[in-house]
Design a protein around this ligand. Sequence first.
Ligand SMILES: C[S@@+](CC[C@H](N)C(=O)[O-])C[C@H]1O[C@@H](n2cnc3c(N)ncnc32)[C@H](O)[C@@H]1O
Length: 320
Amino acid sequence: MWLTWRAATERALYGEDGFYLRERPSGHFRTSVSASPAFAGAVLALLSKVDAELGGPDVLDLVDIGAGEGTLVTQVLAAAEPALRDRLRVTAVDLSPRPEGLPERVAWRRSVPTGITGLAIANEWLDNVPLDVAEQTAAGPRLIMVNIRTGEERLGDPPEPDDRAWLDRWWPLTRVGSRAEIGRPRDEAWASVLGRLTRGRAIAVDYAHLVDNRPLCGTLTGYRDGAVVAPIPDGTCDITAHVALDACAEAGRGAGAISTTLSTQRDALRALGITGTRPPIDRARTDPRGYIRALARASEEGELIDPAGLGGFGWLSQRR
Ligand SMILES: C[S@@+](CC[C@H](N)C(=O)[O-])C[C@H]1O[C@@H](n2cnc3c(N)ncnc32)[C@H](O)[C@@H]1O
């Protein structure tokens, strides 16, 4: 069967018995959340900032969108001071079933709640929002159709006017044979998050590109069992593509964001106290166990802010 990439990916990841309904993300790839609890520590620091910005409301929301196994909210809850923890309303949003062992006070939902006052965070969610792929031909852009069994591709119809407008604005295709991933569904997904935020911040963290530096042939990639594989939309692998985070930022503004910061994870985490600094060597003599622990922690922090890896991810932060 031949489908557009968006329809094929929707079916492969979230359809009946789709990849994400069956599998747990940590079995297939590493995210900042699975790399180190230091990431949750930074999110907790951010949550405390948002709490202060909001004047310490009686109920403070923490909403994790694309929560996967619920690890981030579980770790934030465990590390929070009781005075903050008692005021937290924690919601994990994912299309997959509620993970076993998730703390009872974490609500598990398939859609983003309305009326959020606090922090909404989406780590590696937008890259899994399915999208269409267009290829430039001598007669203009055409959608790519994909065979859902083999991954074979062929040209389909020209994109709809809204998609065409998105390409012209955010990912102009100049050369014949060049390809773009049409990020409109992600813009809409992100705008809907801002629309559900009453007051506070929404943060999207993902591998990203900006309009001046889009990849010539797109970034569609498959992951299975920790390895990169061909992105065949047959339900056996994750299918992901980098995020046009600048376009999402614009959509967020349109949905009511009053401020926008687009930075790297490295800069964002350093501002939250993640430095990767190694403990002083003297400590190895006075407190060998503490030294080893601090060294391990420094190495995890180093991974989170490595500019060639997770540190190079984009952080989009918007306020309402
Ligand atoms: C790459 S995983 C990230 C998991 C986790 N945030 C982490 O950083 O480890 C993406 C998750 O987003 C979820 N997801 C994708 N689209 C979604 C949607 N429209 N609504 C809710 N969850 C979605 C998937 O089911 C998957 O668990």
